[in-house]
Design a protein around this ligand. Structure first.
Ligand SMILES: Nc1ncnc2c1ncn2[C@@H]1O[C@H](COP(=O)(O)OP(=O)(O)OP(=O)(O)O)[C@@H](O)[C@H]1O
Ligand SMILES: [Mg+2]
Length: 449
């Protein structure tokens, strides 16, 4: 049924995916907007610089940085573009070194292959370190970036040990220079594992890289303490690139590009979505500063699936409005541990958001009885932020977590009327009688194939 509808629409599959594709060509095909930010980066080409990109979860930091690397490479064939996720608790310079070594090893530099071996040998696991706690319980893979690295664990290598990571980094960069190769290094998700104690080190390393070793570096993080401190303590080390919300017309472009990626012939409109329906979704989201392109793409994915199940010819405004409550349910239930999710979002809803200065009782309640501070709460709720159910931002002064504006108050009020997790009947009463029909389609689309 669903596949038949896709065929009828002239698309091969549901193209919407809330995480950047690993394939560079595909990513470039989807990439939309952000011209000012790219211009800024490109205007510094050929000079050693350090950039810091920051913005909400899913605003497009990874997409932007990878596109910046791609465009620079178009201009200069002699550019190496390491991309590393800052996922391990090793010194920052080692993450950088690994990225450089990987790229140089690909360019058949013996020395680099040897360094890579030293960095990763004896690492017991080839998979990215999984989160423990709530994220793991929820079955969420915390490393969302498909375009990431192989995620090999590294052991910490001390200055006194076999390898001085600074000396080695410097040596590899100058080896590259001898081959007329320069480096534009990206380290993504810096604030995920780094803590405030590392701010000094990261700023220092960024400075050494650009001023001492002659490489450019670009970091990305969320508007958290760590990212802020990189800017304030950085003393002008970084060129700031704040990433903002996309405009509604850009979101529609994103939609068109995604759909074109699964069509034989490119179109200039978002068929099978009627433009009016696409605009409604885009405007609904773009009218709120806490919305991100990731949430938009996620909503498109759900809407397209529901319409496919119904076998619609065109996705008009009316069905989109009818589907909208179910999109919200789907979002909330995208996390496996629904009871725990419900508990947390209920508290946050009741308190109208949790700010940094929240009282201990509230923090403990969110942590399910454990003692912890606001940082602990942030760590606990991160999967919900990543899933787009919560938003981590600030009220202008203090940091806060609030409910995602995709969740409409008219439903939340009824949903959180009681403390108990609502059963399916209650959910149906609140969201609509077709709940099973649509939420099941989204839960396990493969069943329909
Ligand atoms: N410039 C863009 N063009 C097209 N799609 C985009 C763009 N920016 C973001 N998106 C969409 O939003 C999704 C999230 O983007 P991305 O992963 O780059 O965000 P992020 O800021 O790196 O998120 P996180 O904070 O979780 O790392 C992408 O998978 C893509 O669907
Ligand atoms: Mg990212």
């Amino acid at each position: 049924m669903r596949l038949d509808t896709f065929k009828k629409w002239g698309i091969k599959a549901n193209p919407f995916d809330a995480h950047p594709p690993a394939d560079e060509r595909k990513r470039a095909q989807l990439f939309t907007g952000r011209e000012d930010e790219l211009d800024l980066v490109l205007s510094h080409m050929g000079q050693e610089r350090a950039f810091l990109v920051y913005g909400l979860y899913g605003v497009g930091k990874t997409m932007l940085m990878k596109e910046a690397q791609r465009r620079q490479k178009l201009h200069s064939k002699h550019l190496l573009t390491p991309y590393e996720l800052y996922v391990t608790q090793v010194p920052f310079i080692q993450v950088v070194l690994k990225g450089i070594a990987e790229e140089l090893a690909k360019a058949k530099v013996e020395e680099a292959a040897e360094t890579l071996r030293l960095l990763t040998e004896g690492s017991e696991s080839a998979s990215v370190e999984r989160e423990t706690g709530f994220g793991a319980q929820l079955g969420i893979d915390s490393t969302h970036v498909k375009a990431g690295t192989d995620g090999k664990r590294m052991k910490t290598i001390s200055k006194e040990g076999v390898l001085d990571p600074y000396a080695k980094t410097k040596q590899l960069i100058s080896l590259a220079a001898k081959k007329d190769l320069s480096l534009f290094i990206v380290v993504d998700e810096v604030d995920r594992h780094a803590d405030l104690a590392q701010v000094h080190e990261i700023v220092g390393d960024a400075k050494i890289l650009k001023e001492g070793y002659g490489a450019s570096i670009m970091l990305a993080g969320h508007p958290t303490n760590v990212t802020r401190r990189l800017l304030t303590d950085g003393g002008g080390t970084f060129i700031e690139i704040p990433l903002h919300q996309m405009q509604a017309d850009e979101l529609i472009q994103v939609m068109i590009r995604y759909l074109n990626s699964v069509r034989d012939k490119r179109l200039d409109d978002p068929a099978p979505f009627r433009l009016e329906a696409a605009s409604w979704v885009a405007q609904f989201l773009a009218s709120n500063q806490d919305f991100t392109p990731r949430l938009f793409v996620l909503a498109c994915q759900y809407l397209l699936d529901m319409a496919a199940k119904d076998g619609l010819e065109w996705i008009e405004l009316e069905p989109v409005r009818n589907y909208w409550p179910y999109v919200q349910v789907k979002l909330m239930q995208s996390i496996e541990n629904w009871d725990r999710t419900y508990h947390i979002i209920r508290i946050i809803y009741k308190r109208r958001g949790i700010r940094e200065d929240a009282d201990l009782d509230t923090l403990v309640e969110i942590l399910g009885g454990r003692y912890g501070d606001f940082e602990a709460v942030m760590a606990e709720v991160r999967p919900l932020v990543e899933a787009g159910i919560l938003v981590a931002g600030d009220d202008g002064v203090r940091r806060q977590v609030t409910l995602s504006p995709i969740l409409e108050d008219q439903y939340l009020q009824k949903l959180f009327a009681t403390e108990e997790t609502p059963d399916e009947r209650t959910m149906r009463d609140i969201f609509g009688p077709d709940l099973d029909h649509y939420v099941s389609v989204i839960r396990s689309p493969e069943q329909l194939m």
